[in-house]
Design a protein around this ligand. Sequence first.
Ligand SMILES: [Zn+2]
Ligand SMILES: [Zn+2]
Length: 1084
Amino acid sequence: MKRSKNSRLYVPTPKLRVRATRKLRATEEDESFISDNISGHDNTDNIPEYNDTEYISNFRGNTGEAESSSEMTNEEFKQQLPEYNMDINDNYQPSSDIDTTDTTEEILMKNIDDSHRSLLDIVEEDEEDDSMNNSDVLEEESSNFEGFDSEYGPYFPNFTSTMIFIWITKHMISTSAYEDLAKILTHPEYRKEDITKNIRQIRKWRDRLPLVKVRKHDVPLSMQRTPSTYASTKKAFTISPLTHLERILKNPLIMPKMYFGPGIVANEKREFWHGELWQDSLLFGESKIRTTNEEFYKAGEFLIFREQSSTFMCRVRSVVNDEMDNNTLKLKVDMLLKHEKLPNCRPNDNRHTRGNNMELWLVEGEAKLVNPSNVVQRIIVWLCDMPEPDEYDFYIKEIVYSFDSRWKYRDIASRHRLPYENITIMQSRQNLPILKVFLDIYVDDFGTYRNVYHSLGGVYLQIGNMPSTLRKQLKNHFLIGFVPFGANFNDFIKPIVQDIKSLENGRVMQTLYGDAWVIGGIGCVTADLPQGNDLAAVKRHGANHGCRTCNVSNDQYTDPNYNYIKNARFQQQTNERIAEIESQHLRMDQDRLATKYGLIKPGPLNDLKWDQHLQTPQDAYHSMAGKARTLLEATFNIFNTNGENDFLEYWKRIEKPSHWSRMPNPLRHRQSFMFSDVLRLAMLMPFILQRFLESHHIKTDALNNWHKNSGIRRNLVASKLCACWAIEAKALKLAFSITMTENTYQELQETLKKEREMLIQIFPDTFTNLPNLHVNMHLLQHARNFATLVNTAVGVKEMVHRIFKTMVPHMNRKEIELDLTRRYNTIQALRHFIDGWTDPRFNTRPNALPKLIADPNIYTILTAWYATENFNTINSQEFEDKQDDDNITICCHNSNFIDISLNSRWSAKKVNDRGLSKKLDYKHPFFQDISVSYREHFNSKEAILNRKLEFYNSISYTVLKDGQDPIRLKIHIGDIVELPEESEGIAYAKVKSIFRHQANNGQYYAFFFFDWFQATNIMDSVLECPFYNIQKPEESRWFQIFPITFIDRNPCVFFIHNCGNTCNTEHDEGNRSYILNRYYYNAV
Ligand SMILES: [Zn+2]
Ligand SMILES: [Zn+2]
């Protein structure tokens, strides 16, 4: 951030247009401007404290609708709670940090419930304020209203309103259901004569939809888990991945955005095809290349190539597209070294002499890109873990690799074999274009934790060929099926494994662009921690050797010297071990070997062409958030009463982004703290601790222990804890980066290392041998394999599963899996229609369904439900507060900004209290800026006629962008926004006012008033975050009023006041220093 006051002043910035002359303003008006600064959005002081039941019902949904039928979910929650408590009380022993709690459920319930709340609840809520004053009467009849003059007395204006009120009350119609109905009834195309009175008739229309084939097969039930009255088998229902693929490849919204091609080497890595796995696998990427002289090179070949004046030997891994060099196709190679080039090898080492110049060394983890035109010739090299060929020029017995920044050697047998060694690709006979498909399968199976009747296990499919913007959308998580309660995942998945095998062999499929030869396979399989080990056929964390990526024993989980690279689990080694176990005649010997290797009997996934250790990455979401929760617990445990009280005070008081939902009290209710709460609290922790923590807040024995064991002096403990939380917050933010570069990878690796050292130094009893901390060692490799950690983190995937779980109470209890699958089938059929998919049965008939999404009157009916919603729309629904009720339509000069609503209008008193005026005369501080804004953005040069302003707490609107789902925004006073500034990149501003004005054309427009932040180039040394100064009220060199088009995405930046002695319960507005919270991001 190099921006300074001066650059603001003198460098022209066309977007924001720096004002060159000072504007005259009356001083008293300027001063009054400061007022709403902090108090405006620091609304956390009055959060009521929840007791446990309140909190539970709060996120379980307190609607009448849910209460009447939600025993199952509540019961389920209670069943899970004891386990959760046990986790906490056990102080996170290695075997118990497995997380079984519902992590994203809470976000979801809040969102879903808000939109599904019964209108009655809202009405009652609105009246709550009045009844509060009236101490012992909840409500009573009132004659204090202006009645209607209608045949329905003063109560209702007419027949329609009367009946709708009765209907809403009788059936407990939710707000969103009513609003949707209102939109249909008021739509110009609505005809009352088209209404079908018989709902059974309407339900039958489902049968006409292009439903996909749902198959059934019998699965055995395990008797311990089901009541004994059950049959011994049950029907499982599955939708084939091939069926989904057929629809997806013909979906005109998805197919054009999908990528099928060689792996790409990019600076900013975001997509699966930027990762090593895609690049190297024939199933997804490219394995051969033809040069200009008709020569073919392919993966697995050994070559000599020339670079400048020297020659090198190498092995080809794959063919990739080098985005940083003009999208040239290149060979991605591993270098082969002769003995004289070996690193870390003394002159007297026998490696120099033993091979008679026939021995080479394979360098691992340092792949290079070479231009195929520089190849000199092929060579034959024998990798000594393979059968010896008849003739060869060189052989390789050892690998050279770097561990902890040092070069080391290991046997060639301990290598990760490349996909070309196990996979051959079948060509199509008709010479069709080839599409290679990356399957990403997610399993949410509570496994042994599914001890609750009718808890739901789900299996979902994502297609890695979609860009991340599509993949993160809930609707692009495709249902494979629900594992029936009491059944085993391995039995459930069998038909799906057959489908995937047939895809591995290739098949002809129709696409939007004609027939294609489609090949594909498993890209990755993800699950929560314990189940992920099952999929890799590795014993769970509690067992010795319970890591699915390496052979570590459980007493070395956090040993920094443990060589997880040399001791990785290699596929060929696991296969040999499995064969060894299976060849034992005695059960006892089998068990003994299984324990020795930490392996379990492999499931049907083992028949697929994949590497079960590389392609079942450890879930960053659970491991990172789990670790943060452990640290939270450890931190709270060292506070004395004084520390706890002060922590709570400062936690309540600290600024929080306005779109965050309320968090439960972290000290008293940490058992009910969800992962999303943990991630958010972790963003604030360094700042909270820095504001208050001193050594007198910490238990004496903790202080003594640190001094005795680690030599940390009393007076340094507080800043050490701050620094520890700053590292933790940084690690979390890096791990959840949506794009990663080579620098991010390095920074992540360094931060994870620092994190491990810090946690073990400060809380050795808690973190030593913690499996979640062991996962740190593997995260970098997972990130490289799949481009980012977010790509394989299960946060959003879990959310999809929760959506189905919330439907369970509304289902016929006997056949939940069937009912949910049928409902999903209907939703997906509609979804493909809305996307513009053509039903091959009626491809010549017109179909207006795709047009509905573009209809501004009803598009909202099609959003915010599973089939069409995207992540942004749910997030922004978190709280729609009271809308302006005067029915004025706000418009925007840009037609892509629609559905604008201003919320919570300020009373005249509030406007005055904030030192503003609703009367826009030429003396008004906004006058000149508004005039300029009309001139610049609306092209209106006339003088302002209308002289009235109305102020609001927040504004919501929808931004339509080409080819993207609409983004719903909600901007609140006090939010901090990023604005592009041409000369400086990004500038930060705080939303100070939101107001509307009627333009000369009679239309109403909405505007923002910003206060700008100025960089100081000074950093906080402990927090490693930069300081900024917010502009002074009298500094009016910059434009401060802008139309809403200046904010077209939800804000993702956050500042915290740099409090000094002058701040107490209210922040001192005179202190204009703020800290940019660099650890802030939008957590799932
Ligand atoms: Zn490991
Ligand atoms: Zn302050």
